[in-house]
Design a protein around this ligand. Sequence first.
Ligand code: FCB
Length: 459
Amino acid sequence: MTEFPDPARFPARFAWGVATSSYQIEGAAAEDGRGPSIWDTFCRTPGKVLKAEHGDVACDHYHRLESDLDLIASLGVNAYRFSVAWPRVLPAGRGKINPAGLDFYSRMVDGLLARNVTPWLTLYHWDLPQALQDTGGWPVRDTASAFADYSALIARTLGDRVGNFITVNEPWVAAYLGHGAGVHAPGTRDLAASYRAAHHLLLAHGLAVQAIRSVVPQAQVGITLNLAQSVPATDEPADVAAARRQDGFLNRWYLDPLYGRGYPQDLVGLLGLNSPQAQGTVQPGDLETIAAATDFLGVNMYSRDVVQDAPDAPWPHARTVKQPESEYTGFGWEVAPQSLTALTLRLQREYHPAAIVITENGATYPDRVTPDGTVHDEARTRYFQSHLAALGEAALGGAKVTGYFAWSLMDNFEWAEGYDKRFGLVHVDFGTQVRTLKQSGQWYRDFVVQARQPKGSFL
Ligand code: FCB
């Protein structure tokens, strides 16, 4: 049974938003001076993306900016999370600036402000300029300093109008899925390289925090992690240990250094020669840079991991197992709203972030526009209802939650899954680019409008 969220449980000053990312929606991949990114290359590598799809056109957002901004405003939100495509503003990753690229984001920011929507800008949502991959990509240290320069450029150009910056989106995905499992760009399968990449992504975050603050001292800066509660499948010691490894692999490896504790020693030991320490990747001063104070922790939460020991499985030798009594989304991810409460309360208790912002949460289901002109996505509506109820619980329990962004504004290019997996509040017909508000989008809009009312009006 779905619990309904109570809008009164959320603080009065709250970012209610929808989220997207550049490569997933923009299209115009080779227009107006944009350079290629690792995702352009990856999509053209046979066998990497379902049906060999790519982001050349995607939602054609680059050409539909104004009407998409109207769409965002029509959802009643007061915040929009988007990402800047690094190769659109610096086609070779560093050096020559592409004014047309900067102008696109400048128009976007102005258009949001004109509609009373606060921009939340993500600097890195996985579209690394190919030129930087060609010089080694994230496994090399120099990429982190290129990122700091790019961050300063964006802060100088947009910092007069943008107050909220997210440095890196989901370093675990970029590092591990990109370099360890090889299922995301750049597609290498090398565990040691994935830990070098992870360290440089965290270093890039720390350097960007400094760069942004030196240009825009009043900016709110944070990083977004993909986090999931890790629960042992049984209380057998082997499963309990596996759940702890999984928690280290996904959560603690990033949280601990960001909050000044250094890398978790249990994991460093287990990783042996694959650890960044053993590879000489961690240099003096890096941990201080990574632990720079931030204004919020961005959390992307979709599901939880119920974990079994799996000695034969690749690192971290843990396997996620299905729960017969649970519901699953179209990705096969367990719907586990109670886990959002537990996760945010744990973050508050163990890491004391200045604030927690849910920067992504959502679900994919096979959707269909029916003859009545809408999408009856009851399962997605229930997903949002139950997760917002769970977040309200966490807020009541003391978690300093200050924002929530639904993933996603509209259906888009879902990475290795191509266009098959739809996450939007708005349905996109990729043949015609027609946008249709889904039932979940109607529900979210109505909820947000209510939640944004002055609190006294609930009495
Ligand atoms: C997250 C990504 C986002 C989207 C969702 C479904 O890992 O940040 O771009 O793909 O998953």
